[in-house]
Design a protein around this ligand. Structure first.
Ligand code: CMC
Length: 524
């Protein structure tokens, strides 16, 4: 397992020729792992043409424009491999340099998500993602005990959670909670300790490596604690200390649902979550643990690239994940199904989607173009959960929507299939979680993927380069400042060209009226 096979003797010219028709010059670039460095284009320069503006910087080299990162590889990684065209997801893909003809099995070196979901556990998969191999028994028990040992949090944190408004979204609490958590650990802050605090681990500094792993244990261990606190504050319940002797997901369910020592089910630690629900959550956590360069892991790396403490980077990841196009989609799916109301309304809803009046949440994916392999596993988990919780009536609408969309030319031609979020919300709902808690249930396992990527970046032998992309500037060229009294009329016309006129609250109106009546009185 994981052994690199020798480079094949087969020779091929792995390069690309580019001709710049503006100058007639030809350039050659090496192709490595079927990619070329974007900086290659910077060497392709031409004199400014008749249509070029000075801001195009034509003489300073060609830029690569990729709005939305449709085809830009931002990092070399060996954590997760996705083959979107074939619906494949594997954790810890090992690149093997052989030809398919001689070793057809050689390209199948990652652990298929189906096997991990069926046979592994969330913390074992976490170990795999972070450290690169399935652990031995003693490695797993060391990692498990470190993670669970780091579950409890300083009692000060209770005041932090209580400072939120009664109706605060749990994601607002969790996002700020990770940042808040970082404030406890000055030893993990490169701004305080020196900017090579973590990166020197790549040069073999064992203390730096230990420091990094300590923060990783903390973040995974406390993810459930913070999430449970965000939940309990909304329920008006006191916080509980994480239990001992339970798995990661059992402990999470315990922290969410344990009531009090006087509660019949919760007597001290005798409260045990239902095994089917704990197992289902464990599988869901495995499926959500990592997904290579998605929006939130990219955000974690982008933030981490300027070398803040890792808690800040994870907080940034939470903010990115929360959006309805990413981890907020599970919440959006349920809101959508509720708005559709019943299977008979599905055709009208799909027509509205096709007219772009509505969004079909839980369908489509930037990478998967045939199917999302996680969605098949999750369908099975859903049945197991429904068998103990009872069937959610929304499932009929979901099934009708699913079946109709998969037969409809509009969705088929755009290769839109259900993604993991189409089903996960239904499971969370059946398990009795409030809708706005669904993205939190995505964040908790994804912390593992984020820290695995962050650690990999810190350990990069070539060091960490700040992620500072370029832009294509299309705004005005130089113009002279005009004094206010010489400016005539509206400066610009068009959507978004000036601050909006907004409605003020009743209180502001009353204050304005009071001020106005004051002025009237002073004139008398
Ligand atoms: N409903 C209707 N049309 C869609 C959808 C959808 N959910 N998704 C994509 N399309 C259309 C899109 O309008 C475009 O059509 P056209 O070519 O006619 O303009 C075409 O399909 C290609 O889509 P795209 O916008 O280029 O796709 P993208 O890669 O930029 O966006 C996505 C990917 C996931 C943001 C998008 O599919 C989407 O908004 N889906 C709904 C939200 C959702 O379920 N997100 C969870 C993703 S999976 C979990 C995760 O990783 O977080």
């Amino acid at each position: 397992m994981g052994k690199l096979l020798p480079t094949p003797a087969l020779k091929r010219d792995d390069s690309l020729n580019v001709k710049d028709n503006r100058t007639g010059k030809e350039y050659t670039v090496q192709v490595t792992h079927n990619s070329i460095p974007a900086t290659f284009f910077k060497g392709i320069r031409a004199p400014a043409g008749p249509n070029d503006r000075p801001e195009d910087e034509t003489e300073r080299g060609l830029r690569v424009a990729d709005k939305g990162f449709l085809n830009t590889a931002v990092i070399e990684s060996s954590i997760t491999y996705i083959d979107g065209d074939n619906g494949v997801l594997r954790y810890r893909y090992v690149r093997v340099y052989v030809t398919v003809a001689t070793h057809p099995e050689a390209y199948r070196r990652g652990y298929p998500i189906e096997q991990l979901a069926a046979r592994s556990s969330f913390l074992e998969v976490s170990y795999l993602l972070i450290y690169g191999a399935l652990p031995s028994g003693s490695q797993l028990s060391h990692f498990t005990s470190e993670v669970l040992l780091h579950g409890p949090i300083h009692s000060d944190a209770e005041g932090f959670f209580r400072s939120f408004r009664y109706d605060a979204h749990p994601m607002a609490m969790l996002t700020s909670a990770f940042s808040y958590l970082g404030s406890y650990y000055g030893e993990a802050n490169p701004s305080l300790q020196g900017q090579d605090l973590f990166t020197k681990a790549a040069k073999g500094d064992a203390t730096a490596l230990q420091n990094m792993d300590r923060q990783i244990f903390r973040m995974i261990g406390k993810a459930t604690t913070l999430a449970a606190m965000a939940y309990r504050i909304r329920q008006g319940r006191d916080f509980v200390v994480p239990p001992t002797g339970m798995s990661y997901t059992e402990s999470f369910l315990y922290q969410l649902d344990h009531l009090s020592p006087t509660d019949q089910l919760s007597g001290l630690q005798s409260y045990k979550p239902h095994p089917v629900l704990a197992k289902a959550l464990d599988i869901l956590f495995i499926l959500h643990a990592d997904h290579e360069m998605n929006a939130s892991s990219t955000t974690v790396l982008q933030t981490g690239s300027s070398l803040p403490d890792p808690f800040s980077a994870v907080a940034a990841g939470c903010a990115s994940l929360y959006g309805p196009l990413h981890g907020g989609a599970n919440e959006a799916v349920i809101r959508m199904l509720l708005s559709i109301g019943s299977p008979k309304n599905v055709p009208a809803f799909l027509e509205a989607v096709k007219k772009r009046e509505k969004v079909l949440s839980g369908f489509g994916h930037r990478v998967y173009k045939t199917s999302d392999p996680r969605s098949f596993i999750i369908r099975k988990v859903a049945d197991e959960v429904f068998a103990v919780t009872g069937r959610d009536p929304l499932l009929d609408t979901a099934m009708a929507l699913h079946d109709a969309a998969l037969k409809d030319e509009y969705f088929v031609s755009r290769k839109l299939a259900p993604n993991v979020d189409f089903w996960s919300g239904l499971i969370y709902r059946a398990m009795g979680f409030p809708m706005d808690f669904f993205p939190v249930l995505f964040v908790v396992p994804r912390v593992v993927g984020w820290v695995a990527h962050w650690r990999q970046m810190m350990l990069s032998p070539s060091g960490v380069k700040i992620w500072r992309p370029r832009q294509v500037y299309v705004g005005p060229s130089t113009r002279d400042y005009v004094p206010l009294e010489e400016r005539k009329g509206a400066a610009q016309v068009g959507i978004g060209m000036e601050p909006s006129v907004i409605e003020h609250s009743g209180m502001t109106k009353r204050r304005k009226l009071a001020e106005a009546s004051d002025k009237v009185r002073s004139k008398l």
